[in-house]
Design a protein around this ligand. Structure first.
Ligand SMILES: Nc1ncnc2c1ncn2[C@@H]1O[C@H](COP(=O)(O)OP(=O)(O)OP(=O)(O)O)[C@@H](O)[C@H]1O
Ligand SMILES: [Mg+2]
Length: 256
């Protein structure tokens, strides 16, 4: 349920309410309730396989809950009709965990995909928007490169440009810094913070990187054994007294 104090009185942009998530008989998440507050960077943590990507898939309407509800901008995902669903999809951006770019298409063509799929804009307008999006992520001038010609950090930026193509107010990133070196991770975090400030984005980010958590997290949601065991800021997490949460930070390396 929404917590008006925690949310500064704002209605959440999205929520899962008493979510139970399963693949067949395998229950992954059980009775999870979590709000996403406008303007925040919410970081989702938990050990590998605990259900972070599964939770994101529910928020973005890719997977239907076994029980419970998923709300986006006040509406239940699963009571939307087709035009409403299409409109909802356009209001969220997603950088998938293994969000491969289309290898045979240039960077510009990759970023253009959501614009081609969801709008009737002319090629010329799409090309201008693509140029703007690439500039926003620091990839101006790279329009004609193929994904294989990009570094890991550039590929993540390109995925982000594609996620931002339709100007969504809410963006989900699943492990954006996986496989990146610390300096590239730092620059990507800085970009995410800049995008939040400049575009007023709300960001939900799955990451394992303690340095990133320290830099970007306004709030942490920690999953363990199917349950949401903690929500709060980093300082509260470190002194939560909740064993898996404290162990995560201990094992991952001290964050002070
Ligand atoms: N499509 C699927 N079909 C069946 N089981 C799945 C599927 N996707 C995920 N699972 C299972 O659900 C559980 C949670 O997976 P999920 O990918 O959500 O975890 P995660 O926390 O994102 O892990 P990681 O940190 O490794 O990315 C795992 O046990 C996984 O094997
Ligand atoms: Mg995952």
């Amino acid at each position: 349920m929404s917590d008006p104090v925690q949310n500064n009185g704002k209605e959440p942009l999205a929520s899962v309410v008493n979510l139970k998530a399963a693949y067949g008989d395998h229950v992954v998440l059980d009775d999870v309730s979590l709000d996403i507050t406008e303007g925040e960077i919410l970081v989702i943590l938990g050990n590998s396989g605990c259900g972070k990507t599964t939770l994101l898939k529910h928020f973005i309407g890719l997977k239907q809950p076994s029980e419970g509800h998923v709300k986006l901008f006040g509406d239940d995902w699963w009571s939307l009709d087709e035009p409403e669903r299409e409109a909802a999809i356009q209001k969220i951006g997603v950088l998938f965990q293994y969000g491969a770019l289309l290898g045979s298409r240039t960077l510009a063509a990759n970023v253009a995909v959501p614009l081609e799929q969801h709008t009737n804009l002319s090629d010329e307008v799409i090309s201008r928007i693509v140029g703007l999006k690439l500039r926003q992520v620091g990839l101006q001038g790279s329009e004609k490169l193929l994904p294989s010609e990009l570094s890991g950090g550039m590929r993540k930026r390109a995925g982000l440009a594609r996620a931002l193509a339709l100007d969504p107010p809410l963006v989900f990133c699943d492990e954006p810094s996986a496989g990146l070196d610390p300096a590239t991770t730092y620059l990507l975090d800085k970009l995410l913070l800049d995008l939040r400030t400049n575009l007023g984005l709300t960001l939900v980010i799955v990451t394992h990187e303690t340095a990133s958590i320290k830099r970007i997290a306004d709030r942490i949601a920690f999953l363990d054994e199917g349950k949401l065991v903690f929500t709060g800021n980093l300082k509260e997490a470190m002194s939560s007294g909740i064993e898996p949460v404290e162990q995560f930070f201990h094992v991952a390396g001290a964050v002070t």
